[in-house]
Write a protein that binds this ligand. Structure first.
Ligand code: GAP
Length: 512
């Protein structure tokens, strides 16, 4: 998908009620979005897909819905007060603020693009005889660009790991990075910026009453570990799953709902015996990739190991998706060791341990975490689905259509019921009758306005997988047509069969 199509996606989201900019009447609030009538349905279906895959399909994973506000000490213990920072740099001329690491990463992408361009040119020149591997290994220019990209990547990872802000500034200067809009190279020093939003309790002053809006849902799970283990009597290994809002004061919120300041996470912490964490880490890597592959083509997904581990992790990998702006993180899978439970034990004075009856010993469990952004999943699903296509054998305005090829189980509306004509009482009455039956099973729309072709196009644009049309034959023999969105094929079935047929086809089991 190109940048142009990405713009199409953003405008499609607005036009069809998937996503609106927040506070639009006041010119919007940067990095914050509202989900409209179609958006909330799609998002709920994504959450349902995750919850079913994680909680319903595993008898050793249970759910939780912890509060957003938590005791401020939680964020001290978790390391977020001291270490949840991004390196920030200001441009003195434009007064705009940037993430230093993102500026450098963009420069690395440019180096790689230059190497790719050389390869592309050579491929054109040599035609069928072109050996790309050999060219990449021997061409001096390609080698130079590739090596520079690798060296810069390594140096960036080292500077981020050690918190060497001075070296990030030196890199910006050495690479002659310019402000993207103005071209200015007049940068401030690079400094750390904490990403947590805070607010104040009404009845407690000072730091004791300083509350943070959670930057991850995970901590609500850790501090409830003892409660959940006791009340569910789960034996290790077991997991706790949670879906909820998280907040980050991102320096640059951009790329639509990819990087937001208020977003939603779907996280699961899996508590395991110390020493078995790598085995479970690999298990969850595969499991989570399979979940993604059920709704996203495999070639658009890949793993990317972290170069720079978070303060709590001893291994971490991202599931990346090929967004319109390149491969980027969709989900993180982290081996979090006993860092969180250990820190909370220490700061709270309450031992967060587990008695293992098989080993006859107490220990602090290790944790493997899976964490996927609900909004990024939404963007992934839509990026895969949005297609502008020509319709074979059609004329005029019917010759093209915009269709959302969503997995039926994720589609906001499962079925539309359409009387062929709106001014025929019998057709309208029958269609209403069918709609009133189907609406108990899944979200349906009844639509009688405009020619039926137009109504099909409207349903295609919101991804409705099935349209049931009531026509004159319905009145004669009790049958209707079911039109399938992607193939546009119609089949004639008895009214009594519609509920069963559509229910089967939109069932979540198709993707679980
Ligand atoms: N508990 C671990 C954790 O929070 P993370 O990699 O920082 O790890 C997990 O975040 C996921 O949350 C990411 O893979 C991404 O999908 C989503 N996410 C993180 N920051 C986001 C943001 N600013 N906007 C939208 N989604 C975000």
């Amino acid at each position: 998908m190109s940048e142009d199509l990405f713009k199409r996606l953003v405008s499609h989201c607005k036009e069809y009620g998937f996503i609106y900019p927040s506070s639009e009447v006041y010119e919007g609030l940067n990095g914050v979005y509202d989900y409209g009538p179609m958006g909330v349905e799609l998002k709920n279906n994504i959450k349902d897909y995750w919850w079913k895959a994680m909680v319903q399909m595993h008898d050793n994973i249970v759910g939780l819905d912890s509060a957003i506000f938590m005791h401020p000490k939680i964020w001290k213990a978790s390391g977020h007060v001291d270490a949840f920072n991004d390196p920030l740099v200001d441009n003195k001329d434009s007064k705009k603020r940037f993430r230093a690491d993102v500026l450098i990463e963009t420069e690395i992408d440019k180096m790689i693009a230059k190497a790719d361009k050389e390869v592309e040119k050579a491929a054109k020149r040599f035609g069928d005889t072109f050996d790309e591997k050999m060219f990449r290994e021997t061409n001096p220019r390609v080698l130079e660009y590739t090596q520079k990209a690798l060296d810069t990547e390594k140096r960036l990872a080292a500077a981020l790991k050690t918190g060497d802000m001075a070296d990030l500034k030196t890199m910006i200067d050495e690479l002659e990075i310019a402000e993207p809009d103005t071209g200015s190279r007049n940068w401030t020093e690079v400094r750390q910026f904490n990403l947590m939003f805070s607010t104040q309790m009404s009845n407690i002053g000072g730091d004791d009453g300083k509350l943070y809006l959670r930057p991850e849902t995970a901590q609500g799970i850790f501090v409830n570990f003892l409660n959940v283990q006791k009340t569910t009597r789960q034996k290790i290994p077991f997991g706790i799953a949670q879906i909820g809002k998280a907040f980050r004061n991102e320096i640059v919120a951009r790329q639509f709902i990819f990087r937001m300041r208020e977003f939603e996470q779907m996280e699961m912490q899996y508590f395991v015996r110390p020493g078995t964490e790598m085995e479970w880490y690999n298990y969850w890597k595969e499991k989570r990739m399979a979940w993604h592959r059920a709704v996203t083509p495999a070639e658009k997904l890949r793993f990317k190991d972290h170069d720079n581990l978070a303060h709590y992790a001893n291994a971490a990998v991202d599931v990346q998706f090929e967004f319109p702006f390149g491969f980027k993180e969709l989900e993180g899978i982290h081996s979090r060791t006993d860092f969180d439970l250990g820190s909370h034990s220490e700061l709270s004075g309450k031992k967060m341990q587990y008695f293992d009856p098989e080993l006859n010993e107490h220990y602090t469990p290790y944790v493997v975490e899976t964490s996927v952004g609900c909004d990024r999943m939404f963007l992934t699903v839509l990026s895969n689905a949005l297609v502008d296509e020509t319709v074979p054998d059609a004329k005029g305005e019917d010759s093209t259509r915009t269709v959302l090829r969503l997995a039926p189980a994720l589609a906001p509306v499962k079925c539309a019921v359409l009387p062929l004509l709106r001014n025929n009482e019998e057709l309208v009455g029958k269609a209403r009758e069918i709609y009133d039956q189907l609406k108990f099973l899944f979200l349906c729309q009844y639509d009688e306005k405009d020619a039926v072709g137009r109504r099909y196009r409207r349903q295609d644009a919101i991804g409705t997988p099935y349209c049931v049309t009531v026509d004159h034959e319905t009145l004669e023999n009790g049958t209707v047509t079911i039109r399938e969105r992607d193939s546009m094929q119609q089949e004639r079935v008895a009214i009594s069969e519609v509920a069963r047929i559509v229910s089967e086809r939109v069932d979540m089991r198709k993707i679980l």
